[in-house]
Write a protein that binds this ligand. Structure first.
Ligand SMILES: Cc1ncc(COP(=O)(O)O)c(C=O)c1O
Length: 412
């Protein structure tokens, strides 16, 4: 009897193997229509202006409309968006502390450090992988300038209580939405709540401009400042003739076109990337819908004995499946990774940005060594959390096969 069952299971496994092709993290994020749009633009553009110009402006305005904000500033990456956002915060508020997540991308922390702020880390909420609200509130003090919150892997990290508290304490909210385009809190898109918000259009994300990022805001002064910071800190980038006139008058000994207000950067993007962005934006909502259906189907078919399936999905806009093991077992972890490798299912351990940032060498001489093991939820994700690809061309049958493979692992 046992031999029969074993043989049957072995056959079943082989059948899955036979029909299973690899599963990359991302597929077809720049498609033929995007390439056609680039070619059309290149052919039509007789003046051959490819540096930041009309198409960049058009993309910014279409993106603002889609997001539900007044202003957007297109930059060359999500990390650049983080960088000029933190510089803008420093210009506006002066130095101090910024409360940051322990689970995020390195540039969220690097931009804080590069601008002279002290990063104050908090643990995550395991239900949405975003910052733990209680920890944020406990970490606020007189030196706090902002909370730089990342909406991780499509999950919403905001709550009524947090927004109310920050408003009461006059602490700025900065949203990193690089992994969550289209996600919502209540009926508004994430990225429309904070003083500034950041997006990434890297290949692996919801939409791609090859490389690219966006900083968004509803505040006109902040918008003008961001444009200046994007382009060497030059006053002529303000786009506000009256303001510019005042500045020129204030510095009569300077050439009016070369007044550098801040020690800033050049993080501009270009017309070709904007053309791709404009084209991709047309299919973003449709793709997000498919990806969210995929996520729900994945979680429904994943065995909750072994993996976390109880995420807070409200308002979520996913682009990569979270795969978090319930049990803290390194033996099981090895079994899982071996299985993923066997079936060529591409994965990243540590969910966003490789897991617990506090464990990364770049923070070695910056944080207290005792901090490293302080946050138990982020550490669980660090050692036992993964993500695997979820893209619009992914079919239900393949998701089911992935779940079958994952559920069939002989865990201890
Ligand atoms: C949360 C978050 N912030 C910022 C970035 C940086 O974006 P980029 O790769 O476009 O520099 C990423 C990148 O994946 C990210 O996940």
């Amino acid at each position: 009897m046992y031999i029969y069952i074993y043989k049957h299971l072995f056959k079943m496994k082989n059948k899955i193997i036979k029909n299973f092709k690899d599963h990359p993290l991302m597929e077809n994020n720049i498609n033929k229509e995007d390439v056609d749009a680039i070619i059309k633009f290149l052919k039509k553009n007789e003046k051959r202006i490819f540096t930041q110009s009309k198409k960049v402006k058009e993309f910014e305005s279409k993106w603002s409309k889609w997001l539900g904000v007044k202003y957007s500033v297109f930059v060359n990456s999500g990390s650049s968006a983080n960088l000029i956002t933190m510089l803008a915060l420093k210009v506006l508020k002066g130095n101090g502390e910024v409360i940051v997540p322990s689970l995020t991308w390195i540039s969220d922390i690097a931009s804080v450090l590069q601008n002279g702020f002290k990063p104050v880390f908090v643990d995550i909420n395991p239900k949405n992988l975003c910052m733990n609200e209680e920890h944020i509130i406990k970490s606020i003090n007189k030196r706090t300038k902002a909370v730089f919150l990342t909406h991780i892997q499509g999950f919403n990290g905001l709550s009524e209580n947090l927004l109310r508290y920050l408003k009461k304490k006059k602490i700025e909210l900065i949203e990193d939405v690089c992994e969550s385009h289209g996600a919502k809190f209540k009926n508004k898109r994430l990225g429309s709540y904070g003083l500034m918000s950041n997006f990434s259009f890297y290949y692996a994300h919801h939409i791609s401009t090859i490389e690219g990022g966006m900083v968004c805001t509803n505040n006109k002064k902040v918008y003008e400042l961001l444009k200046v910071l994007r382009s060497h800190g030059m006053a002529r980038e303000l786009g506000n003739a009256e303001e510019e006139k005042k500045i020129i008058k204030k510095y009569p000994k300077l050439s009016s076109k070369f007044i550098f207000l801040y020690p800033a950067y050049n993080v501009r993007n270009n017309e070709i990337s904007a053309v791709v962005g404009i084209n991709q934006l047309k299919r973003l909502n449709k793709n997000n819908k498919i990806r969210n259906i995929n996520l729900k189907y994945f979680l429904k078919n994943l065995d909750s004995t072994y993996y976390q399936t109880n995420f807070d999905l409200e308002g979520c806009s996913n682009y990569a499946f979270p795969l978090i093991m319930n049990k803290k077992s390194f033996i099981n972890r090895e079994k899982l990774e071996n299985k993923l490798k066997e079936f060529k299912i591409e994965f990243r351990r540590g969910n966003a940005g490789g897991g617990n940032q506090l464990r990364q060498p770049y923070l070695k001489n910056i944080i207290d060594i005792k901090m490293i093991k302080k946050f138990k939820h982020v550490d669980h994700v660090h050692f036992f959390g993964y993500y695997i690809g979820n893209y619009p061309s992914l079919k239900k049958e393949k998701i089911l096969k992935i779940c079958q493979i994952l559920n069939s692992i002989d865990y201890e």
